[in-house]
Design a protein around this ligand. Structure first.
Ligand code: UD1
Length: 366
């Protein structure tokens, strides 16, 4: 029996790991245990997803919580090391680009355990973003690299990584497909008093967007000035905290600030939205799969394919550019919407987890 440890710590990592954990549970040749770093710790950011995605309880929760990058990374490494030694896995799976992922990969590789990186090769080529730094280091110390798209695959070839690269597709797409029906039966629209196709969904959490009062104010002002439909804003705890610190109060009744949503509720909201406005990575792809035009509040994105498909518009982060981008999307809305019927999903076929588990199992015998 191959012993695998998968290390998660944040909301998106739990979601993208879930199909791998489930696929693993179907096989008697592999046992996958979960370690949670505790980078995300609120019920709405962690436990809710374990319940909803029916995941087993982690064998350990490192309880690291919030802090600076050095604190989070260093503290996770210190707390993880003895647990990994005790678990003594054959391979360690690390998903995504977070501080938890970086700390997990470094700890594992230095203990001599091979690392499998899920979502390898994603690059936005902006080293000011913590996530870009993290993925570069993780990719270069991984033995197995699972790329979600051919572009990610090619990025890794170009960087001459030492590990073996596999084009797996995106496990987020696996989860998306398996939850569509549940998401469509979520009553989130009724709960928020929304009509299908008459609202936008907005998420905002990147440090560069929410940690500076002028930037955060500018973004919120731009959105509320240009959009005349309701905007549902499931506020990330980081963003909520900053808004309180900066004394930002939302008085516009069209902007519905709500707590972070469960996966099915979020997907239910997304699938019936008119527009997505976000600085998240995952949501750009989920908007494409939901066939909803997306406006991304960043200068660069690692999910270049969504932009090339013409359904994700990179707006930048200044107030004036955001307003311009939203106006342009609303003006050309029907054209953008029409593109969904001709584009091919660049992120796989919904069977990424199956490929990942198979590859890990066959690794020794390849
Ligand atoms: C992290 C990841 C990012 C990922 C995102 C998804 C890094 C560098 N960033 O960003 O790649 O897209 O998660 O959400 O790893 N907080 C709470 N409760 C929680 C979690 C966070 O209050 O359950 C607050 C704390 O104030 C904390 C802040 O959010 O200081 C930031 O949390 P942190 O884990 O540093 O990063 P995220 O912004 O969530």
């Amino acid at each position: 029996m191959l012993k695998v440890v998968i290390i998660v710590g944040t909301r998106p990592q739990i979601i993208k790991s879930s199909p791998i954990i489930k696929k693993g549970a179907e096989s008697d040749k592999i046992s996958i245990s979960i370690i949670h770093t505790g980078q995300h710790y609120d019920y709405e950011m962690a436990k809710v997803f374990f319940n909803e995605l029916e995941l087993p309880t982690p064998v350990a929760d490192l309880g690291v919580g919030s802090g600076s990058h050095a604190y989070q990374t260093g503290e996770i490494m210190l707390r993880l090391e003895p647990i990994l030694v005790k678990e003594d896995p054959d391979i360690v799976i690390v998903p995504g680009d977070t501080n938890s992922a970086l700390a997990a990969a470094l700890t594992a590789v230095k203990l001599g355990y091979p690392v499998a990186h899920v979502e390898a090769g994603a690059r936005c080529y902006d080293m000011r973003m913590a996530e870009e730094i993290n993925v570069r280091f993780i990719d270069h110390c991984s033995s197995l690299l699972f790329a979600v798209s051919t572009r990610c695959y090619e990025n890794l070839i170009r960087e001459s990584v030492l590990g073996e690269i596999c084009l797996s597709g995106d496990t987020m797409y696996d989860v998306f497909l398996s939850h569509i029906n549940r998401a469509l039966s979520s009553n989130i629209l009724d709960r928020l008093d929304l009509e299908e196709n008459e609202y936008a969904v907005m998420t905002l959490h990147r440090a560069e967007n929410v940690d500076k009062p002028s930037r955060l104010r500018g973004i919120l002002r731009a959105i509320m000035e240009v959009i005349d439909i309701k905007v549902v804003f499931p506020a990330h705890p980081r963003t909520r905290k900053r808004m309180q610190e900066f004394g930002i109060e939302i008085r516009n009744p069209n902007l519905l600030t709500v707590k972070p949503l469960s996966y099915d509720d979020m997907l239910g909201l997304l699938l019936r939205a008119k527009l997505v406005i976000t600085d998240s990575g995952g949501l750009q792809k989920e908007a494409l799969w939901s066939r909803v035009p997306c406006i991304t509040l960043r200068e660069r994105t690692e999910w270049v394919e969504t932009v090339e498909c013409g359904v994700n518009i990179l707006a930048g982060t200044s107030e004036v550019n955001i307003k311009r981008a939203i106006r342009s999307v609303l003006k050309h809305y029907d054209d953008i919407k029409a593109r969904f019927s001709v584009i091919k999903n660049p992120y796989g076929d919904g069977k990424a987890a199956e490929r990942i588990v198979k590859k890990i199992l066959n690794r020794e015998t390849d």
